[in-house]
Design a protein around this ligand. Structure first.
Ligand SMILES: Cc1cc2nc3c(=O)[nH]c(=O)nc-3n(C[C@H](O)[C@H](O)[C@H](O)COP(=O)(O)OP(=O)(O)OC[C@H]3O[C@@H](n4cnc5c(N)ncnc54)[C@H](O)[C@@H]3O)c2cc1C
Length: 403
């Protein structure tokens, strides 16, 4: 077993670290400033487009996508790079065209889209010209159980007609978000896992009303293009907009979520590393009760415990990436669920300790910690709540012991 990074990964890590130092970290303050000054709080400020140009010029682009359409990296090669981008999650993933939900949507189009759909939507997404959204969750039903999704997608001649409500649709508040992958029922009386389909809906299709942006712990999440509530009323799109086959929506959703979950976990590890770094720097430089705060046993316990947790998480994430490369996403199912349960919870704990070690400054706008914490906390809900993953893992574990 070799725990080292291969030569290509090492080379890209160095290039990416240089890009982060030279461009991304200095842009963080500019980003906050621009966001506070612009009229639209829901969209990324212009500094992001500058970063995208620079990243692309340096070949730091589309690392997330294995195969012919992406940069040709394996998941194992991408993991340490995604970790580095996680150190500045508001800017770096999007600067490299590796941000959710576009990554998952590009994967869907690459895997299930037909030639026309790939040309019309995948190509501009790969070029970073447009953004996209994935619309599954609904305000009126418990959406952690995808069988509940109630939006109707009904065939009418050569079109499909969509009616329903969605919310927390990431990216949708950003006018650059031009295409929506919408999940809904084409056959409500069919077998439970064959009722749903996925369909492409271009922005501004008549009947599509982007009602409001949802706040997340008070943040607009403008870096992600916000999270929108959307009403679909008799939204009509051509039948060719269906992705894959009718009734195949559940399978597409499953295929989409595997890589998305591991990407979140990779970035969370970078967020944890940044939090540990900030915690150490702050506590060695501030004195209370006659000695640096870093000399307090309880603080050393937080620091040591944080390091232990990050090392454990990274190993499991790398093993999962390696399994995805070698036995496929389905073969890595258990590990994908394990990291999705373990990583947000543990990283949330680490960031919480870094906040505590900073005192009041930790919850302020003067460090990235409050934003990192809010982001980590949401990842215990987004892409499936912890409890749902645990339920499924426990059932598979128990099945081994049922005769
Ligand atoms: C920041 C953010 C971004 C998001 N982005 C998107 C997006 O782009 N597109 C999209 O479609 N959705 C998005 N979501 C929505 C997210 O995927 C859902 O919130 C999630 O799937 C849970 O669905 P729900 O909110 O309807 O919760 P519900 O299904 O109502 O569940 C509520 C709670 O019930 C508990 N629960 C449910 N089932 C079980 C069980 N079997 N055992 C024990 N407890 C259980 C869990 O604690 C769960 O949190 C986003 C959410 C957030 C917070």
């Amino acid at each position: 077993m070799d725990f080292g990074y291969d030569a290509r990964t090492q080379e890209l890590r160095e290039q990416l670290t240089a890009f982060m130092d030279e461009f991304v970290y200095p842009a963080e303050a500019v980003f906050e400033q621009q966001l506070s000054e612009q009229d639209d709080p829901w969209s990324p400020p212009p500094v992001l487009e500058d970063l995208k140009k620079e990243a692309r010029k340096r070949g730091l682009w589309n690392f997330f996508l294995p195969g012919e359409h992406g940069a040709g990296l394996t998941n194992l090669q991408y993991a340490p790079l995604a970790e580095i981008t996680g150190r500045s999650p508001h800017l770096a993933p999007a600067a490299l065209n590796c941000a959710a939900p576009d990554t998952g949507n590009m994967e869907v189009l690459a895997m299930f889209g037909n030639e026309q759909q790939r040309k019309q939507w995948l190509e501009p997404l790969l070029d970073g010209e447009i953004r996209s959204a994935f619309a599954m969750t609904e305000p009126d039903v418990a959406s952690s159980d995808a069988r509940n999704i109630a939006t109707r997608i009904e065939r009418d001649g050569s079109d499909y007609v969509i009616n329903g409500s969605k919310w927390f649709i990431s990216g949708a508040m950003n006018p650059r978000c031009q295409i929506f992958i919408v999940m809904g029922k084409t056959d409500p009386s069919g077998e439970p896992h064959r009722q749903q389909s996925m369909i492409l809906v271009p922005r501004d299709t008549p009947g599509m009303d982007i009602k409001r942006g949802m706040h997340v712990f008070g943040y607009t999440d403008g870096d992600h293009g916000g999270h929108a509530e959307i009403e679909f009323t008799d939204v009509r799109v051509p039948a060719e907009n269906l992705i894959g086959e009718e009734g195949g929506g559940f399978a597409v959703a499953q295929a989409r979520l595997g890589p998305g979950r591991i990407h979140h976990c990779m970035r969370l590890i970078g967020m944890a590393e940044r939090a540990i770094e900030l915690m150490c720097k702050r506590t060695v430089s501030r004195t209370a009760f006659g000695k640096p705060i870093a000399q307090q046993g309880v603080v050393q316990d937080w620091i040591a415990e944080s390091r232990v947790r990050v090392e454990q998480l990274r190993l499991l994430v790398l093993k999962t990436a390696w399994l995805m490369d070698t036995v496929g996403n389905q073969g890595a199912h258990t590990e994908i669920q394990a990291i999705k349960i373990a990583t947000p919870l543990s990283v949330e704990w680490i960031i919480d300790k870094a906040i505590q070690a900073h005192g009041a400054g930790g919850v302020s706008q003067d460090t990235p910690l409050a934003g990192l914490w809010a982001h980590a906390r949401t990842l215990r809900l987004a892409d499936g709540p912890d409890e749902v993953h645990k339920r499924s893992m426990a059932r598979r574990e128990l099945a081994k012991h049922l005769s």
